[in-house]
Each structure stands twice: as structure tokens, then as C-alpha cells.
Design a protein around this ligand. Structure first.
Ligand code: FAD
Length: 404
């Protein structure tokens, strides 16, 4: 008889896990997936492109309903898991239903961080996490609308771009002295700022929001230096926090995220966590690829292999059309590393490659991402680049020819 496996969360990591389990352990588990959002799992990464009208709604669907059915998966979407009992081995749903499990996987993702400033609860202030947020932004930020986006990381930039493309007058406010400081060095961040401003987004750096002004709705934001920026819509994109509440309530060990070991197992035996809600070796990843790698390892584990997750190398691609920005690994260069830099301001191309002991350990590309996948592969594989080093900065074609 199939073992009951309940997956809490119907997002990207959960969909990948089901996909992999269907390949390696079909029939071994009776899988039920519980999802709070009232729809099938979708590609959250594409929401920025959906907002910018660069993909159609149908493009974000990960798998059609039939795909889940064909794999015998019981889908409970539009249904929040309210409690997990790791002793009785049940998951309770908001509608009162209860699912028994032998093994459970928590894949509850993250929640956007909200600023603790006055006025944050006014209508017209929102975060950007799900498909409903795209609908809201589209409705509220048509041509001419004044929008303030708070946060100059990946999400804030993509939201600002999408809204500016829809005709809104967008100001992006960022606390730090450069955009995407967690992924870019100062040179690349400066190039990015100019490219984004050329697309109609006004950028204010080193600016801290003091409060949102308005009586019933947001009307403006006030910065700490006293400036006010009129706003019909305020989008807060200042980061995410792992959604670990269901696990913490169940008595499972939680630090920033749900603590897992190299088997992706939580402190409760037979209960696992993957994706943005998980914390592995002290790291909570905020990107999809680590969640996919965790799902792959866990599927192998659930199929009976002794698979272990060693951690992931982070890589980021900004999805703002016409602005090619890529960053991976140790992009700033820790002590003892050597940077190779190619910078052509005239062409708007910047490449910084960080080398440690004849291995590529980090990269920042701006203006031309053609070789991003190759550089990422070199970082991930850890192979020696000694033979290609002379031409490494000039891209794959030249470096491979020279090494041949
Ligand atoms: C606009 C946008 C752009 C992004 N762009 C990129 C990008 O370019 N590259 C990249 O790597 N990453 C990007 N990300 C991040 C990426 O989407 C996430 O890393 C990925 O979705 C994480 O997958 P997950 O399965 O862990 O979480 P999610 O996809 O968030 O899925 C978690 C699901 O669990 C559900 N859930 C939570 N609690 C419960 C509960 N108690 N009961 C039932 N269901 C519950 C949630 O509603 C949600 O549907 C982007 C995110 C956004 C919002």
C-alpha cells in the first residue's frame, strides 16, 4: 500500500518535488498537496514578466490540472494548513479537514517583509509576492499613476520596471548607496541605475522612508530627510522572511527558517522542509534554484537513496528587458581572490570574474549576459580554468578556442 505523503505549500519547490517523485518513486507514496493560493502551482519567477506584459497568464502555469491528476496527486488548493501534529501525524486544514501522513514536507515559501512605519496599513500600500499582487498593481497603476517602490533589490527593480512600462510614473527609493548591493559591485550597480533610469524609473539612493501619508488611502510617502513623494500606489519590496509559522507552531525547530539537516529533514523525524521556508547550514535561500536542488535531493531520499544536500551556489539574473545583469558566487571577491575585469563604458559592457586558486568563484556581468550560463557552470563545477585564463573574460567561444 502507498505511504501517505502530505506536502504543505503548492509553490515552485513543491511542484518540482512531485515531478521528481513521479519519476523515481511513482506509486510508493499517496501524495496530497495542500496550497493556500486558490490556483494550481505557478512560476512565481515569471510574475515580473507578467506585470511587464512580456508573458501571458497561461505562460506562468507550471503544470496543467491533468498532469497532477495523471500522477495520482490529491490537490487541495485554496486550502491553508492550520496545524501540523507531528505525533498524531496529521495536517489540519482551515476548512476543518484533516490529512493523515506518514511523511510530510513543508514547502511554505516566504512572506514579504513589511516595514514597521506609520501609515503602512493604508489602502494603496502593498507587497509583491503572488499573482493576486500583479492583478492589483495592474488595476491601480495605469498610465500616469504615481507609484513609489520601496526597495532597490531584484524584486523592487522588476516591479518598478513593469509599472513604468505600463505608463506609471515610478520613483524607486532605496536605503543603500547602490542598487542590488547583495548581488552587484559598485560599477555594475552604477550601470544598472543608468539603464533603469533610461527606462523611465527615477531612482533615489540612500533614502529612508519615514512614513506613508494619507487619511484613508496612501497619498504620499515622507522620507527621513523630510522630502515627500506623492504616491497613488506604494509597493514595498524590502525582502522576504521564511514562512516558518506552521512548523514553529508544531514544535519543530525554527531559527530564521525551518532548520533542516543535509537530508532536508527537520527536527521532527519524517518531516522535511524545502524551498524558501527551509534553513540549511544557517542559510535561507531566497531564489528558486536552491529550492529545486533541495527538491531533487529529497525526491531521491524519499525514493530510498542516501542523497544529501550540500548547499547551493547563488546566481541571479535581473528580468528587466534590455538590461542584462547577472551575478553569481563570490562576486565581490573575498581576501585572497583575484579579480579579472573587462569594462567598456562605450559599449556598456562590464565583466568581473573572481578567481581563487585557478578556479572561477564569482562573476558579475552587466550589458552582455551571453556567457552567463557558462561562467555559472565553471563556478558550480569548480574545474580549473588555468588553460582558459588568458581569454576567460572575452567569453566562451574565444576561451575554448584558445584552450583547444
Ligand atoms: C516577482 C518575483 C520575481 C522573482 N524572480 C526570481 C528570479 O528571477 N530568480 C529566482 O531565483 N527567484 C525569483 N523569485 C523567488 C522565487 O519565486 C522563489 O524563490 C520560489 O518561488 C520559492 O519557491 P517555494 O516553493 O519555496 O515558495 P513559493 O513558490 O512561495 O510557494 C510556497 C507556497 O506555499 C503556500 N503556503 C504557505 N503557507 C501555507 C499553508 N499554511 N498552507 C498551505 N499553503 C501554504 C503559499 O501560499 C505559496 O503558494 C521571485 C519572486 C517573486 C515574487
Amino acid at each position: 500500500m502507498s505511504e501517505p505523503l502530505v506536502i504543505v505549500g503548492n509553490g515552485m519547490a513543491a511542484a518540482r518535488l512531485v515531478d521528481e517523485l513521479a519519476k523515481s518513486a511513482l506509486g510508493r507514496y499517496a501524495i496530497a498537496v495542500v496550497g493556500e493560493e486558490p490556483r494550481l502551482a505557478y512560476n512565481r519567477v515569471l510574475l515580473s514578466s507578467l506585470l511587464a506584459d512580456e508573458v501571458a497568464p497561461a505562460d506562468v502555469e507550471l503544470r496543467p490540472a491533468r498532469w497532477w491528476r495523471d500522477r495520482g496527486v490529491t490537490l487541495r488548493y485554496g486550502s491553508r494548513a492550520t496545524a501540523i501534529d507531528v505525533t498524531a501525524r496529521t495536517v489540519t486544514l482551515a476548512d476543518g479537514g484533516r490529512l493523515a501522513f506518514s511523511k510530510a514536507v513543508l514547502a511554505t515559501g516566504s512572506r514579504p517583509i513589511q516595514l514597521g512605519i506609520p501609515g503602512i496599513d493604508l489602502a494603496g500600500v502593498m507587497t509583491f509576492r503572488d499573482i493576486g499582487d500583479v492583478d492589483t498593481m495592474r488595476m491601480r497603476a495605469g498610465p500616469g499613476a504615481r507609484v513609489v517602490v520601496i526597495g532597490g533589490g531584484l524584486l523592487g527593480l522588476e516591479a518598478a520596471h513593469g509599472l513604468a512600462k505600463a505608463g506609471a510614473r515610478v520613483t524607486l527609493v532605496h536605503l543603500i548607496d547602490r542598487l542590488m548591493e547583495r548581488q552587484l559591485d559598485p560599477v555594475a550597480a552604477g550601470m544598472l541605475r543608468r539603464a533603469v533610469e533610461a527606462r523611465g524609473v527615477k531612482v533615489l539612493l540612500e533614502s529612508e522612508t519615514a512614513r506613508v501619508i494619507g487619511s484613508r488611502r496612501a497619498e504620499a510617502i515622507e522620507l527621513k530627510d523630510g522630502r515627500t513623494l506623492p504616491a497613488d500606489l506604494v509597493v514595498v519590496a524590502v525582502g522576504v522572511r521564511p514562512n516558518a509559522t506552521p512548523a514553529a507552531d508544531a514544535g519543530i525547530a525554527v531559527n530564521r527558517g525551518i532548520v533542516v539537516d543535509d537530508h532536508l529533514e527537520t527536527s521532527a523525524p519524517g518531516v522535511f522542509a524545502i524551498g524558501e521556508c527551509a534553513e540549511h547550514r544557517g542559510i535561507c535561500y531566497g531564489l528558486v534554484q536552491p529550492g529545486y536542488e533541495q527538491a531533487d535531493v529529497l525526491a531521491r531520499r524519499l525514493a530510498g537513496d542516501d542523497a544529501r544536500y550540500p548547499g547551493s551556489i547563488l546566481a541571479t539574473n535581473l528580468k528587466v528587458s534590455g538590461v542584462d545583469v547577472f551575478s553569481a558566487g563570490d562576486f565581490l571577491g573575498s581576501p585572497g581572490t583575484e579579480p579579472i575585469v573587462l569594462h567598456d563604458p562605450g559599449l556598456g559592457v562590464y565583466r568581473k570574474l573572481v578567481i581563487a586558486q585557478d578556479r572561477l568563484v564569482g562573476a558579475v556581468l552587466c550589458g552582455d549576459n551571453t556567457d552567463a550560463a557558462w561562467y555559472l557552470e565553471l563556478i558550480r563545477s569548480g574545474q580549473s580554468i588555468a588553460a582558459q585564463r588568458d581569454d576567460l573574460a572575452f567569453g566562451r567561444a574565444l576561451a575554448m578556442r584558445a584552450a583547444a
